[in-house]
Design a protein around this ligand. Structure first.
Ligand SMILES: NC(=O)c1ccc[n+]([C@@H]2O[C@H](COP(=O)([O-])OP(=O)(O)OC[C@H]3O[C@@H](n4cnc5c(N)ncnc54)[C@H](OP(=O)(O)O)[C@@H]3O)[C@@H](O)[C@H]2O)c1
Length: 638
């Protein structure tokens, strides 16, 4: 039986081909993306307590109860994931009082790679976008270091412009390390599918049908899982599916790996997942995933996606309609919240949702873009010189604020200010926290209910002419006056300058981070995930790119999914900050002392400290003439 015909529809076909009427409980499970039962990944704690559920329920019912929401003790993650590895050393870490398991990376572990990749002769890296070049080169270098003869081969679509790029990086047709996409898929034992998420959604059947039986599919995102689940499909039975999701854009994954040659352990953290372990033909998927992550140079890898059990009974009743537009539309906000949030938390692993990380990434990118647009406009309208306004917004966040958070945490930013500065920080923090949370919450739920996935797939199809309508590829985002000012500021910026530490800007930015932390925490995510996705990824991977050459250089070095997400959500942050936060500051609205005291006492600060100690301090700065970025961004003006 071919892999493609081995699809296991998790929802029985009905008149709409895939969907059947769904009960709320069923829908909640379907809103999660993964389903698996595992022998080696053990859910130790599978349900949130009813008290935290009640808290969550209240939290969703409007802005007034939102204030109570942050006063509540942190929700425990819904699932604590344990795993077994026969190759690497598993360690327990305690983050904000919660135990998690991780595997530390480092070059000293490369000699274990042949063991982790036992049985694999060829790793096919499909795609050469942001992750492809980084992952392929890191894998190749790490395997060479380990003296392994496993071949890393790039597979690209016919006529791809990326052939030349891959050749320039040392891959070639002559030595069998570069070839056609389909030939590479069918000849590889481990297939890393690193084409854009929208292309994965459009080509998955062909990919599956070309894979060797018993081979392993590697993803760096849960998007394809979400797409399949939205159609009631699952992966073929005769392959294993694993994920390693680096918490940073491809160029950072490569850049910090190269730094790791000097500083053992330098790199970008990653999460890993093993999907449907019962399909892991010979039980080696966990070690392959960990080997893949260690070979990428991840300082630490934490377990992420696993749904405890595939509850087919819950899948028994489903909706024969569009779950978001038809079913959810008549619900009240509170019902929707209970429905999405509580059921997801109680029936799915935390990471079923979080694996839609590029949408989190889109938020990280979009939010910081929206913040600086709105603050630059405010500062200049209030008479600040344009160059200074750029420094006090973009340069401040991407320079000194990011560096301080990366090395000393968020509280240190606050503690750096004078009494006057602290007051300004507090006003900005208090006014911005809930407006930021409003958008973060909306985005999270758009991801959870599948609309964001659908939106990305449709956007990808609009990149090309069709239906008699023109093509709409992504447009430029750094051509406005503000970003031209940025070019001027950078042209005269002294080497290594990190910009001013501006208290108002810092207050808005830290409020955004804390609001995101709170949303992910309330949604039951683990601290490893929360910290990597809300804090470390921004300050170690993304912001240094904006510091080097502006917003497009940061956003457009990321995945297509993230680039779309950023373009969609940035204006929303700009809008809500301008319409609500800044208006509130201008009205001298009282500072929400509860919010501030929660910020000072939040256990996340200690947890960030633990994560910081798990990785070496690295130079996160990006040179203006960086040559490890997407080709089209190498020559553009800065
Ligand atoms: N970028 C990040 O920061 C990041 C971080 C973590 C995880 N991820 C995940 O990693 C995966 C890869 O993302 P990415 O950012 O590296 O890639 P991307 O920039 O989104 O996609 C670029 C690659 O997709 C290929 N592609 C596009 N349409 C195709 C089609 N119809 N058929 C075949 N190939 C096609 C392109 O081919 P050509 O070379 O021929 O143009 C190019 O190689 C995604 O799942 C993403 O979510 C990304």
């Amino acid at each position: 039986m071919s892999a493609a015909s081995a699809f296991s529809p998790s929802i029985a076909p009905s008149s709409s081909k895939f969907l059947k009427p769904s009960s709320p409980k069923t829908l909640a499970l379907r809103l999660g993306f993964l389903s698996s039962s595992s022998k080696t990944l053990k859910p130790l704690l599978s349900r949130t307590s009813s008290s935290s559920a009640a808290t969550a329920s209240e939290a969703g019912r409007g802005a007034s109860s939102a204030a109570r929401m942050v006063s509540m003790p942190a929700t425990k993650p819904s699932t604590l994931l344990d795993f077994e590895t026969s190759v690497f050393k598993k360690e327990k870490v305690t983050l904000a009082g919660q135990d998690e398991y991780i595997v530390r990376g480092g070059r000293d572990l490369f000699h274990l790679l042949p063991d982790a990749f036992k049985g694999i002769k060829q790793i096919g890296v499909i795609g050469w976008g942001s992750q492809g070049p980084a992952q392929a080169q890191n894998l190749r270098d790490s395997l060479a270091d380990a003296g392994s003869d496993i071949v890393v081969k790039i597979g690209l679509r016919k006529g791809s412009r990326s052939f030349a790029e891959a050749r320039a990086a040392g891959f070639s047709e002559e030595n069998g390390t570069l070839g056609d996409i389909w030939e590479t898929v069918s000849s590889s034992d481990l297939v890393l599918l690193l084409i854009s998420d929208a292309a994965q959604a459009d080509n998955y059947e062909k990919v599956f049908s070309h894979m060797k039986p018993n081979s392993i599919l590697g993803l760096s995102h849960g998007f394809l899982l979400g797409h399949l689940q939205s159609m009631g499909l699952d992966f073929p039975k005769n392959i294993s599916v694993i994920a390693v999701c680096p918490k940073g854009m491809g160029p950072s994954v490569r850049r910090l790996y190269v730094q790791g040659k000097e500083i053992n352990g330098a790199g970008i953290n990653a999460s890993f997942a093993v999907h449907q372990l019962e399909k892991d033909i010979d039980g080696r998927a966990t070690d392959v995933a960990l080997g893949w992550s260690v070979a990428l140079g991840s300082p630490f890898t934490f377990a992420t996606t696993l749904e405890q059990e595939y509850k087919s009974d819950i899948f028994g009743e489903r909706g024969e309609f569009d779950i978001c537009s038809t079913f959810l539309f008549p619900m009240t906000v509170a019902m929707l919240f209970d429905y999405l949030f509580l059921d997801i938390i109680s029936t799915c692993s935390a990471t079923t949702i979080s694996d839609c990380q590029s949408d989190v990434l889109g938020i990280l990118l979009g939010a910081v873009h929206g913040i600086v647009e709105s603050l630059f406009r405010r500062y200049t309208e209030n008479g600040m010189d344009e160059d200074l306004a750029y420094k006090n917004t973009v340069e401040s966040i991407t320079g000194i604020i990011s560096r301080t958070i990366s090395t000393k945490g968020m509280l240190s930013v606050y503690e750096s200010f004078s009494e006057e500065g602290k007051k300004e920080f507090q006003a900005a923090y208090s006014a911005s926290y809930y407006p930021c949370m409003d958008i973060l919450y909306e985005c999270y739920e758009d991801v959870a209910c599948g609309s964001e996935i659908r939106s990305v797939v449709l956007a990808g199809r609009r990149f090309f002419e069709k239906d008699g309508l023109p093509a709409f590829p992504m447009g430029k985002i750094d051509q406005t006056r503000m970003w031209k000012v940025g070019e001027r500021v950078r042209a005269t910026r002294p080497e290594g300058d990190l910009g001013p530490l501006h208290p108002f800007t810092a207050g808005v930015y830290v409020a955004l981070m804390m609001a995101q932390i709170e949303v992910l925490r309330k949604k039951g995510h683990s601290y490893s995930e929360i910290i990597n996705e809300s804090v470390i990824e921004s300050v170690d991977s993304l912001n240094p790119f904006m510091h080097a050459r502006g917003v497009s250089f940061m956003v457009d070095n990321c995945s297509t999914t993230a680039r779309l997400g950023s373009r969609k959500w940035a204006p929303r942050f700009d809008y809500i900050l301008t319409q609500q936060a800044l208006v509130s500051v201008d009205k001298n609205a009282p500072i929400n002392q509860d919010l501030l005291s929660n910020f000072f006492s939040d256990p996340v600060h200690g947890a960030i400290q633990v994560c910081a100690e798990l990785r070496p301090t690295v130079d996160i700065s990006v040179p203006q003439d960086a040559d490890f970025v997407r080709p089209e961004l190498r020559q553009s003006s800065n």
